[in-house]
Design a protein around this ligand. Structure first.
Ligand code: ADP
Length: 634
């Protein structure tokens, strides 16, 4: 489409030029005819004038110069030849009037000059040429004639004649050259159309580039897209540099071009030189943050490869985003090509679109780097936690075992309560506490590593499990009043040990956070496909703003003060929630409205647990190396 438009325009130009040449050649014949007629008139009617020989010589000169016109036309454009011959004609007429005042009577001659001007250059030019000729005629007449010379009286009439001839010839030329003007207008319109189309094409290409540049966040993919997207719009080869902040140099990261070999060689050259900011064309544009262009003379060291690659020109525009210089987009052309304004405009537009894309990809790669660093640090921490917990567990188990053994012996020896036995019980209970803490830490490290706890489901009676847990806690806290409201049986398919862990945690919390010793009620019930267990106390309660947070890891509602008063790590509810989540259930807390104080903690799970298996599976696809432990306190 575009090619045919410019072809059409060239054809039109050729056509117009041909037309003007043909006209110039016709004028040669007219002029020769006029010279002949003028010579005849001179010889027949003006024999008396003394200037006859000079006038005839002048006519001869005009005739010879006229004959030269076809030769000139072969070398020069018709328009230039026309200007030269018009000037010659005017000079000839002026000389003629100078040597013989009556030469003005050779009207034909004047008419010829004016008509020639009109045909070549149009109405305005013919009027102007008649004015200039009148001026010359008046000047020559005043200079060469006496005051009473009749030629002076004729001046007004002759000036009027000349200007009138200019107007008439001009009007006449309008008809003759009307077609040429139409053609010129057509040409102009075609030109404009082509420019419009070109601009629309550029806009569309650029907007597509803008879209393409942002499609990936990956840095390499982005630099590749920028180089290959920009290349078709720019010179023979295109190179994308990124600024290396550490060294203050430009590193080539992408290349493309319609001459692939050239782009590759250019990149290799740039890779070796790595222009410093301020050095050469690319470095210069980075330093000035403006478009820079360089020609055949290479800078010292030839950082742009102008001499080395025999490039005619290199143009570079900076890529800036967020007020920061990110890189340079450079384009180059081989011998015989030139850097145009359009190329500069395109390079600038491409760079403008490349800036945000590069910035995003850089931010993304920085973020990924930081994330993987943090992940590595986290892994080390997790591993550490897991190893330490394991290592602590072994001595604790053996302390627990031996203290149990000792207690048994003491009981057998003494038959009755003794001070040593009381001490041993304290040791055992403290070791038991420590083991629970270590177990919690191990659970947390597992949740961290695997993303969830995994569960092993069996069929069992949850009502029985609830009663068992309450009995155990009651044994440990003989002074507490714990009531159970549960049906005879409540069959579920779930992880028994894990639910027992949740029940123990809720019950222990209820005891711990009701230091005044208020009653505790445990309710278990089945509704449709679900079972719900609630533990209600009349203790301290939880301020509304902390209610959701208590399920977070290491969270304690009273902060440091609470930790000092009640101990604990703030992990029990976090692990409980993970266990209930793994059953496909929900855990919650609410104020104990009925009692007017204290809180209720409850969970609800499907009767047949629906473990969120995928969450419990390690990313490698292997089943998690997780052994469900039994919580035994001795
Ligand atoms: P820990 O009890 O070891 O601190 P938990 O995760 O079991 O950790 O509990 C987190 C926090 O939630 C506790 O520190 C406490 O502030 C609050 N909390 C838990 N249960 C109760 C309860 N029954 N009454 C009042 N506050 C509670």
């Amino acid at each position: 489409m575009e090619a045919s438009t410019s072809d059409g325009r060239r054809e039109l130009e050729r056509h117009l030029e041909d037309q003007m040449r043909a006209q110039e050649r016709q004028l040669v014949w007219v002029r020769l005819g006029m010279v002949l007629v003028a010579a005849l008139l001179l010889v027949v009617f003006a024999q008396r004038t003394s200037a006859l020989p000079v006038l005839l010589i002048l006519l001869g000169v005009v005739a010879v110069s006229t004959l030269a016109i076809p030769l000139l036309l072969m070398k020069f454009p018709a328009r230039e030849v026309g200007i030269v011959s018009t000037a010659l004609d005017m000079a000839a007429v002026t000389v003629a009037v100078y040597v013989s005042g009556t030469a003005i009577d050779a009207y034909l001659f004047y008419g010829l000059v004016i008509l020639g001007t009109a045909l070549r250059f149009g109405l305005a030019a013919s009027v102007w040429s008649s004015v200039v000729m009148s001026g010359m005629y008046v000047a020559v007449t005043l200079a060469t004639t006496a005051l009473d010379d009749p030629a002076r009286q004729l001046l007004p009439a002759r000036v009027a004649y000349l200007i009138g001839a200019g107007v008439v010839a001009g009007l006449f030329s309008r008809i003759v050259i009307g077609r040429a003007t139409d053609n010129a207008r057509l040409l102009q319109r075609l030109d404009e159309d082509e420019r419009d189309r070109e601009r629309a094409r550029e806009r569309e290409l650029l907007s597509r580039l803008g879209r393409d540049f942002g499609t990936s966040l990956d840095r390499e993919a982005t630099t590749r897209t920028i180089a290959s997207g920009a290349a078709p719009l720019l010179g023979d080869a295109t190179l994308l540099y990124l600024v290396d902040d550490a060294s203050g140099r430009l590193a080539p990261v992408g290349h493309a071009g319609n001459q692939e070999g050239l782009a590759e060689r250019w990149r290799a050259h740039a890779d070796l030189r790595r222009p410093r900011i301020g050095e050469g064309v690319a470095g210069g544009s980075a330093a000035t943050v403006a478009a820079v262009e360089g020609g055949r003379e290479a800078a010292a060291g030839d950082p742009d490869g102008i001499a080395a690659l025999d490039l005619a020109w290199v143009m570079a525009v900076p890529i800036v985003a967020g007020g920061r210089l990110l890189g340079v987009l450079a384009t180059a052309g081989g011998v015989g090509t030139v850097a145009t304004d359009r190329l500069r405009r395109m390079a600038e537009a491409v760079a403008e679109r490349a800036g945000p894309a590069l910035q995003n990809s850089q931010l993304w790669s920085d973020l990924q780097e930081r994330m993987s660093r943090e992940q590595a640090a986290q892994r080390i921490k997790d591993d550490f936690l897991s190893i330490v917990s394991h290592e602590l567990r072994t001595p604790l188990t053996s302390i627990q075992g031996y203290s149990q053994l000792l207690e048994g012996r003491l009981r057998a020896d003494r038959d009755g309560e003794s001070k040593e036995m009381a001490h041993l019980r304290v040791i055992r209970s403290q070791v038991g506490r420590m083991r629970r803490l270590v177990d919690d830490l191990l659970d947390v490290s597992r949740i961290d590593r695997l993303g969830a706890v995994s569960i092993e489901t069996t069929d069992f009676d949850l009502a029985e499990e609830v009663r068992g847990a309450v009995a155990r806690i009651s044994r440990e806290h003989r002074d507490r009043d714990i009531e159970v409201d549960a049906p005879e049986s409540l069959g579920v398919h779930a992880d028994r040990d894990r639910l027992d862990q949740v029940l123990s945690n809720l019950l222990e919390n209820a005891v711990k956070y009701s230091p005044d010793g208020g009653p505790i009620t445990v309710t278990a019930e089945g509704r449709r496909g679900e079972v719900e267990v609630r533990v209600a106390d009349t203790g301290l309660g939880i301020p509304a703003e902390h209610r959701e947070n208590v399920f977070e890891r290491f969270y304690q509602a009273d902060g440091e003060a609470g930790r000092r008063r009640f101990g604990g790590l703030g992990l029990g509810l976090y692990i409980s929630r993970a266990i209930i989540d793994a059953h496909g259930g929900r855990i919650w807390s609410a104020p104990n409205v009925e009692a007017g104080r204290g809180s209720i903690f409850g969970f609800r799970i499907p009767r047949v647990a629906m473990p969120l298996t995928s969450a419990g599976i390690a990313p490698t696809g292997e089943p998690p190396p997780f052994v469900v432990r039994r919580r035994d306190d001795g």
